[in-house]
Write a protein that binds this ligand. Structure first.
Ligand SMILES: NC(=O)C1=CN([C@@H]2O[C@H](COP(=O)(O)OP(=O)(O)OC[C@H]3O[C@@H](n4cnc5c(N)ncnc54)[C@H](O)[C@@H]3O)[C@@H](O)[C@H]2O)C=CC1
Ligand SMILES: O=C(O)C(=O)COP(=O)(O)O
Length: 595
C-alpha cells in the first residue's frame, strides 16, 4: 500500500536553469558519514569552465565570417598544415578543434587532449575523417555543418557530369598543347539518358533536380530515403542492382561508412551497362579504385569524373588519375566562396553553442534536441539527474549497480517524447557519484554499457492533458540492497519517483512511501514510528547548528505507524548532528543524501 504524504511546507524557489557548475560530491550515510572528494566543475553537457575564455584550434582554412564569430567568444589559434604529431601536441591546450576534410582527427588526438577537448567542429558534411567512436568515448561532442555546402557540391557534380560528357578537360589540355582535335572529342548527350543517383540525401536531391532540368531521366537508390520525397520531384527510387543495370550515368552521393566502403567493386561494375559514366563527389572510398581502373580499361566504364579519392591527395603516378578517360578535381565540391562563408558561419555557431553548453542542432554523436524541446524539458532534465543521484546513494556499499529501470509517465504519445536526453541525465546521476568518470549527453550510453549497467526504459501512457511532457519519472535499481531499507519497494527494487511542480523538481516517492520534498540542497530521509513531536525534535537538532530546513514532508502508512520523513536542508549538517538524529529513539533508520 502506498503511504500518503502530509506535506508541511513549500518553499518558493527561483526558476531552474541548466547550471554549468554543479558540485556533485555527496555523503551517503546510514548512521555513519562517508565523504567523497569534491569534483571538478561539472556542466551538464560540456565540461567547460565559463570563467576562462576557451581556446579554439582552427586547423584548416575557414571563412572570415566564421573566424570573426569565434573570436567574439574564444581565443582562436589558426594553425594550418599541422603534422599529426603537432596536432596531438597542440590539442591538450584546446577546448575545441575545427577541421575540414584534410585533417585526420584520430583516436590519438582525443587521447592526447587529456580530456580538455570537448568539441570537434567539422566545417562541412563528411565526418569520415573524425574517429567518432573515440570522440564519444572521450565525451567529446562532434558537430558538423551539414547544409551550407549542399548546393556547391551538387553544382560541382553537375559541372563534372557535363564536362565529362563533352570532354571539356581533355579538350582544354589538348588545345593548350597546340592541337585541334575536333573528331577526337566528340561527346555524348545528356538529354533522355538515365542518371542513377546513389544516395538520395541533400546533395543527391539537388543533383537530381538539376539533372531533370537537363532533360535526363533520373532514378535513385537510397535504402533510407522516403519514396514520397523522391516522387515529389519526379524521381523513381529503385534497388541497387536496378540502378546499376539501367543507368547511363551514375552519380555517387552517399556517405563513406563501413557498408558503403568500396561499394563499387569488381562484382558491381560487372552489373553495369557497358559504357556507363560515373561521377563521384561523395568520398573516394566508396569506389574500389583498382576495380575502376580495370572497368575503364575493359570499356565497361566509358568515363569517370572524380572529385574525391581514397587517399588525398592521390599519388602522382595514380593510374586512375592519369587515365585518359578520367576527369579529376582536387576535392573542390564545397569550394565556392559562398559555400565556404556559409560553412564557416554554420560551424562557428555550432561550436560556440556547444562550448556554451547548448545542445547542438548539428551534433553527430549525440541526440539533437531542438531548442524549444530543450526549454520544455529543462526541469525534467534536472529531475532526471537528481533521481539518478538519489537512487544510487541509496544502494548499500558492495552491491554493484547492474540493472536500472526508468519509467516515464506521460499523457503524450511515445513519438512525442524523446527520452534520450533524460536517460543520459539519469545515467549521469547514477554513475558520477560512484566513479571518477565524467558523463555527458555524448558518452552516457557508452559509459553505462562499459560499466555493465543496463538501463531499460518503460513508458506509462496516461489519460489526460499532454500539456506537460511528463507526469512523473521513476528510477528503480534492481538486485541490490539498500542502506535505507524503506527505499525498497514492494517488488524488491530501490525505487525513487519525482515530479516537476511549478517548474521545480520534487522527490515524491521513496520505496512505497509518498513524500514531497523539493530536490535542492540535500535531503535527510528518516524512517520512524509516526508520533507527535518528531518533526520538532529533528528540526531543533538541525536548527541548533543553523542548518536551514527548506522542506519537510511525512509519508506514512497509517497514523502512529511507520512513516518516512523527508527533510530538505540548505547546509550540510555536521556528523554530530546526524548522529544525534540517528539516536532519536523513534528513528529506525535514516540516510543523508547530497544532491
Ligand atoms: N566533394 C565535396 O566537397 C563534398 C562531398 N560531400 C559528400 O557528399 C555525400 C553526401 O552529402 P549529403 O547529401 O550532404 O549527405 P546526406 O546525409 O544528406 O545524404 C546521404 C544519403 O546517402 C544515403 N545512404 C546511406 N547509405 C547508403 C547506401 N548504402 N546506398 C545508398 N544511399 C545511402 C543516406 O540515406 C542519405 O540519404 C557525403 O559523403 C559528403 O561527405 C558533401 C559536400 C561536399
Ligand atoms: O563537406 C564535405 O563532406 C566535403 O567533402 C567538403 O570537404 P572540405 O570541407 O572542402 O574539405
Amino acid at each position: 500500500m502506498a503511504a500518503s504524504p502530509s506535506s508541511l511546507s513549500l518553499r518558493n524557489s527561483s526558476p531552474l536553469s541548466l547550471s554549468w557548475k554543479t558540485n556533485t560530491h555527496f555523503s551517503p550515510l546510514s548512521r555513519s558519514t562517508v565523504s567523497l572528494p569534491s569534483r571538478r566543475p561539472n556542466p551538464i553537457f560540456i565540461v567547460f569552465s565559463m570563467d576562462a575564455k576557451p581556446t579554439v584550434l582552427v586547423a584548416e582554412k575557414l571563412g572570415e565570417a566564421g573566424l570573426d564569430l569565434l573570436k567574439g567568444f574564444a581565443n582562436v589559434d589558426c594553425s594550418y598544415n599541422l603534422s599529426p604529431e603537432e596536432l596531438c601536441t597542440k590539442i591538450s591546450l584546446c577546448d575545441a578543434l575545427i577541421v575540414r576534410s584534410g585533417t585526420k582527427v584520430s583516436r590519438e588526438v582525443f587521447e592526447s587532449s587529456g580530456g580538455r577537448l570537448k568539441v570537434v567542429g567539422r566545417a562541412g558534411v563528411g565526418i569520415d575523417n573524425v574517429d567518432l567512436a573515440a570522440a564519444t568515448e572521450h565525451g567529446c561532442l562532434v558537430v558538423n555543418a551539414p547544409t551550407a555546402n549542399t548546393v556547391a557540391a551538387a553544382e560541382h557534380g553537375i559541372a563534372l557530369l557535363t564536362a565529362m560528357a563533352r570532354n571539356v578537360a581533355q579538350a582544354d589540355a589538348s588545345i593548350k598543347a597546340g592541337k585541334w582535335q575536333r573528331n577526337k572529342y566528340v561527346g555524348v548527350s545528356l538529354v533522355g539518358k538515365t542518371l542513377a543517383i546513389m544516395g538520395f540525401g541533400k546533395v543527391g536531391t539537388e543533383v537530381a533536380r538539376r539533372a531533370k532540368g537537363l532533360g535526363m531521366h533520373v532514378i535513385a537508390h537510397d535504402p533510407y530515403a522516403p519514396a514520397d520525397r523522391a516522387r515529389a520531384i519526379g524521381v523513381e527510387l529503385v534497388s541497387f542492382d536496378e540502378a546499376l543495370a539501367t543507368a547511363d550515368f551514375i552519380s555517387l552521393h552517399m556517405p563513406l561508412t563501413p557498408s558503403t566502403s568500396k561499394i563499387l567493386n569488381d562484382e558491381n561494375f560487372a552489373k553495369m551497362k557497358k559504357g556507363v559514366r560515373i561521377v563521384n563527389v561523395a568520398r573516394g572510398g566508396v569506389i574500389d579504385e583498382d576495380a575502376l581502373v580495370k572497368a575503364l580499361d575493359a570499356g565497361i566504364v566509358a568515363q569517370a569524373a572524380l572529385d574525391v579519392f581514397t587517399v588525398e591527395p592521390p599519388p602522382k603516378d595514380s593510374r586512375l588519375v592519369q587515365h585518359e578517360n578520367v576527369t579529376v578535381t582536387p576535392h573542390l565540391g564545397a569550394s565556392t566562396m559562398e559555400a565556404q562563408e556559409g560553412v564557416a558561419i554554420e560551424i562557428a555557431e555550432a561550436v560556440v553553442g556547444a562550448l556554451k553548453g547548448e545542445l547542438a542542432a548539428t551534433a553527430v554523436n549525440a541526440p539533437m534536441v531542438p531548442a524549444e524541446v530543450l526549454t520544455e524539458l529543462k526541469p525534467y532534465v534536472v529531475l532526471a539527474e537528481k533521481l539518478g543521484r538519489l537512487a544510487v546513494q541509496l544502494v548499500a556499499g558492495g552491491s554493484g549497480v547492474k540493472s536500472v529501470k526508468v519509467t516515464y509517465a506521460s499523457a503524450r504519445a511515445p513519438d512525442d517524447l524523446d527520452t534520450r536526453l533524460l536517460r543520459a541525465m539519469i545515467t549521469k546521476g547514477i554513475i558520477e557519484p560512484i566513479s571518477s568518470v565524467f558523463v555527458n549527453l555524448v558518452n552516457a550510453d557508452f559509459t553505462a554499457k562499459q560499466r555493465g549497467i543496463r538501463i531499460s526504459e518503460e513508458r506509462i501512457l496516461l489519460d489526460g492533458s499532454p500539456e506537460s511532457p511528463l507526469e512523473f519519472i521513476q528510477v528503480q535499481i534492481a538486485n541490490v540492497e539498500s542502506k535505507f531499507a524503506s527505499a525498497i519497494s514492494d517488488s524488491g527494487e530501490i525505487k525513487v519517483e519525482g515530479r516537476v511542480k511549478d517548474g521545480v523538481p520534487h522527490l515524491t516517492k521513496v520505496g512505497s512511501f509518498e513524500v514531497d520534498v523539493s530536490l535542492e540542497g540535500s535531503i535527510i530521509l528518516c524512517r520512524q514510528v509516526d508520533q507527535p513531536g518528531m518533526i520538532g525534535t529533528v528540526g531543533s537538532i538541525l536548527g541548533e547548528e543553523n542548518v536551514n530546513v527548506s522542506f519537510m514532508s511525512v509519508g506514512r502508512i497509517a497514523p502512529r505507524k511507520q512513516a518516512v520523513m523527508a527533510i530538505g536542508v540548505d547546509e550540510q549538517p555536521s556528523k554530530e548532528s546526524l548522529k544525534r538524529i540517528g539516536e532519536v529513539p523513534a528513528v529506525e533508520e535514516f540516510v543523508y543524501l547530497k544532491l
